[in-house]
Design a protein around this ligand. Structure first.
Ligand code: ATP
Ligand code: MG
Length: 426
């Protein structure tokens, strides 16, 4: 009998490798534009890193980990996710002494013993970002921004749904937990076997149950948002304000919980229509207590992971990563606020628009526009703002013209349409 790859472990053949390269290159560009640096931690860790970091009573630790004893009898695990290992490395090398906020990314394989299906493998790949050392809601928003930017590079933004929730903190979560346990005990007979067990070991996780009957019962369960303390509520409010400024559409889903124990406050999932049962492409949230669980110092953090295999399902065959239609180069605070408005407006119209997250010189923003492969660049400065005008630059011909901001959407759409015609005619 011929030998075959292990079930759930897939060979990546050249055609698919090409697509993956494009995804990784695109992600690296976005990570770099937000100031993240790469970290690569080992695929194998001591089991304890995940048992403590993810939580004993989670699906991952209870049933999905590849754990074995090595020749010395040490218990080791193939990493099921990236965050716990990255935090272990940050603590071990005291990286937190190097900068007040560490912005790290990693790209690589993860391993979970799950039932293989479309979009679900035993070796799968993630694009991960972590902001370690900041409790600012803007770090949460930046994480979501990264997930959204990367995914919308390869998928139509109209097909994406961003769901956001707050899981509260150690102050307010126990109050919710108490009422939830009471509710689950009262409805015990209508819950599946797993949820009966969860209601004792990890009650919040019942919301993650894929069983339709459980979901019917849970519609009436107490949800965190009615218990949330003022600090958590204000944190959430500031995350949502930042998302609005970024022009990222979202919905609040009070039933959203994550598969890992360490999440606090912000949690989010980016879902895509057309992916069927495995609809979540990217997910993440805040994990302020995780460092202490791994014997580290107090280090708040927030992170996200994009599932590469699910992104591949969203990419149409042979699809090129969508290059940017427009890059907005804004100079000065007022112009940057104006840029956010246009960013949101034009993205909602389905255009791919980027801008510089850092306040940089015009020259360096133009370089960034070039790197993003932007077709056009809109230059907004203080002077132009006063006239409600901006300069539109054709990045191919290098021609520039002054446009009235009110007419911008029309002009852009006209130009892009014309471009496509020329391309078709070629
Ligand atoms: P799910 O509910 O689909 O099992 P999860 O909550 O276990 O997801 P996370 O641990 O948050 O997933 O992982 C983040 C992302 O990694 C997911 O949104 C998904 O895109 C991807 N992912 C997770 N598990 C797998 C898998 N077994 N195969 C392929 N991709 C996966
Ligand atoms: Mg899972």
């Amino acid at each position: 009998m011929t030998l075959k790859a292990v079930r759930g472990f897939k060979d990546i053949l050249p055609d698919e490798a090409k697509k993956r390269q494009r995804i990784e290159e695109g992600a690296r560009r976005v990570f770099a534009s937000c100031g993240l640096e790469e970290i690569r931690t080992p695929i194998l860790e001591k089991t304890e890193v995940f048992a403590r970091g993810i939580g004993e009573h989670t699906d991952i630790v209870e049933k999905e980990m590849y754990t074995f004893e090595d020749r010395n009898g040490e218990l080791l695990t193939l990493r099921p996710e990236a965050t716990a290992g990255i935090l272990r490395a940050v603590i071990e090398h005291k990286l937190y002494n190097k900068a007040p906020v560490l912005k790290l990314f990693t790209i690589g394989p993860m391993f979970r013993h799950e039932r293989p299906q479309k979009g679900r493998l035993r070796q799968f790949h993630q694009l991960n970002a972590e902001f370690i050392g900041s409790s600012s809601p803007l770090a949460d928003a930046d994480c979501i921004f990264l997930a959204y930017e990367i995914v919308s590079m390869f998928a139509d933004s109209e097909d994406l749904i961003l769901e956001v929730n707050s899981l509260g903190c150690p102050e307010c979560r126990p109050l919710h937990r108490k009422d939830l346990v009471l509710f689950l005990n009262n409805n015990r007979d209508d819950l599946c076997k797993d949820c009966k067990r969860r209601s004792k070991t990890n009650p919040l996780r019942v919301f993650d149950c894929k069983n339709e009957e459980c979901q019917q019962v849970l519609k009436f369960a107490p949800v965190m948002k009615h218990y949330i303390c003022p600090e958590c509520a204000s944190h959430m409010g500031r995350v949502l304000d930042a998302l609005e400024a970024y022009g990222i559409p979202f919905v609040q889903n009070p039933y959203l919980v994550r598969g890992l124990d360490y999440y606090k406050r912000t949690t989010f999932e980016l879902k895509a229509r057309g992916l069927g049962a495995q609809s979540t492409v990217a997910a993440g949230g805040r994990y302020d207590g995780l460092s202490q669980l791994l014997d580290g110092p107090e280090l708040p953090g927030v992170g996200m992971a994009v599932g590469v295999e699910r992104l591949l399902l969203l990419m149409k065959d042979g699809a090129e990563p969508k290059r940017s239609d427009l890059f907005i180069a804004a100079l000065g605070d007022e112009a940057r606020t104006e840029a956010l408005y246009w960013l949101g407006y034009l993205r909602r119209k389905g255009l791919k628009v980027e801008y510089s997250l850092e306040d940089k010189s015009l020259k360096s923003q133009m370089k960034q526009a070039d790197k993003a492969g932007a077709r056009y660049c809109l230059i907004v400065g203080e002077k132009e703002m006063d006239e409600e005008e901006a300069i539109l630059r054709d990045m191919k011909t290098r021609e520039q013209e002054t446009v009235d901001l009110d007419d911008l959407p029309e002009i852009l759409v006209e130009k892009l349409k014309r471009d496509r015609k020329i391309l078709e005619g070629d």
